[in-house]
Every structure is written in C-alpha cells, then in structure tokens.
Design a protein around this ligand. Structure first.
Ligand code: SAM
Length: 218
C-alpha cells in the first residue's frame, strides 16, 4: 500500500505552480481578493477551482448549488464547468463582495449561468427542500458551525448519484490535533466521522489545499 506523502513547504509551492494552469481572469480575481487583506484567506485555492470545474464538467451537472460565494472564485469555476444550459444557484448571507464577483463572472462569460441569492444558507436550503428542488452538484463552503445542517440538507437536495463537495474538511490540519477542541474544529472533525459511517453515501477525503470531502449519494 502506498502511503500519503508529507506535503511540506517545497511541495506546496510545487503544487501551486505545477498543479494549476494559470488563467488570466482567475489570477486577476485572486490578486484583487488578496488586496482586500485578511478576508482573502476565505477564498478557495485556484487549484481547487480547476478541480471543481473538471468535476462539474465530467459529471455533466446541470443544476448546481453553492453555499458560500465570497468574491466568487468557486462560483466562476463551477459555472465554467457547466454544460450550455446548466445553472448555478450561489447563496451567501452577505452582498458585500457580490459586485466584485459579478465583475469576474461577466469577464469569464459565465454571469448568465449564475443566480445569486443573498440569505442565510440553512433557510434557503430548507425552503428548497420544502419546494422539492433537486441538484446534481452541491458545493459547501460557508460558516463551519452550520456544516452538519448543510450536509443533511444537501442529502435531501441532491439527486441520486449526485455529488456533494465540502471544503476545509482538514481545517488547517487541526482535525488531526486532538488538543484543538474549539467549536469549528470539533464540528468538522465530527462531520468527517459521521460521513465515514454514513451508509447513505460513498465518499473520499482529498488533501487538496485545506481538504475537500467528495461525497456521492447512493
Ligand atoms: C469561505 S467563504 C466562501 C469562499 C468562496 N467559495 C470562494 O471561492 O471564494 C464563506 C462565505 O460564506 C458566507 N456565509 C457565512 N455564513 C453564512 C450563512 N449562514 N449563510 C450563507 N452564507 C454564509 C460568508 O459571507 C462568506 O462569503
């Protein structure tokens, strides 16, 4: 059995340069987000974005949902992977960075594929469940304390064999450090365990950037 290699600083640099093909629009969005200061840490890594684009594309996902838009990199990448008539509904409870996101969605020619909803993620998802909405692909990247609710609601909203991807499931490595007992860490640690034991799904936990949980509803 081959072992998970250790990803040290040198390998991180290698992954960032060789595991990601530079894209002018993505690079500009990353630079403009980075100039915002500390909040920029919320943005997904560009190599994760390109992975999302491929997954949406190979699964031919038509109806996609995202919880957590921020400056719109994940939305842009998901929308790029969508088929011609595909659609992404992107939820965020803040409109602070919406116009910035929209500027880049437009630049990439994907703005018409994205519907933005400004509201609480749990509330919107619950109302979608009540109205019997279904999605082929769901990306979860919002407030960590609500991750268990987002997971359960996603299982009600995802079609059979549809995919749910959750970001930050390694939480800077803190999930493996039992001295870390803060609410966000324990919530993510408990959710990893729950998904592992959950017979409703197949899953894989990938160490791409801050960890992506890749979940397929059976
Ligand atoms: C990690 S960022 C998302 C990053 C984004 N996926 C990207 O690629 O740049 C998390 C986002 O979740 C939003 N958020 C936090 N709590 C939320 C809630 N209860 N409902 C909806 N969105 C929420 C925040 O406003 C923030 O924009």
């Amino acid at each position: 059995m081959s072992n998970q290699i250790i990803i040290d600083e040198k390998l991180i640099k290698y992954l960032q340069t060789n595991g990601y093909r530079s894209d002018d629009i993505i690079d500009k969005l990353v630079a403009e987000t980075s100039a915002l200061g500390n909040v920029a840490r919320m943005q997904i890594a560009p190599e994760q974005g390109q992975f999302l684009e491929i997954i949406v594309n190979i699964t031919k996902s038509r109806n996609c949902l995202e919880i957590g838009r921020f400056t719109g990199l994940s939305s842009l990448c998901i929308a790029k992977g969508l088929i011609e008539k595909g659609k992404l509904i992107s939820i965020d409870n803040s409109d602070e960075f919406l116009s910035l996101a929209q500027k880049y969605w437009k630049m990439a020619g994907v703005d018409k594929k994205i519907e933005s909803v400004i509201a609480d993620g749990v509330d919107v998802m619950q109302s979608m469940v009540d109205r019997k909405h279904y999605f082929d692909f769901i990306f979860i990247d919002a407030d960590k304390n609500n991750y268990p609710q987002y997971y359960e609601l996603s299982l009600q909203l995802i079609s059979q064999n549809g995919l749910i991807i959750i970001d930050n499931m390694l939480w800077h490595g803190d999930v493996a450090n039992l001295e870390k007992q803060d609410t966000q860490t324990t919530t993510i640690r408990d959710l990893n365990l729950k998904i592992k034991k959950d017979n409703r799904v197949n899953y894989s936990l990938l160490p791409l950037s801050d960890g992506l949980s890749f979940i397929q509803k059976k």
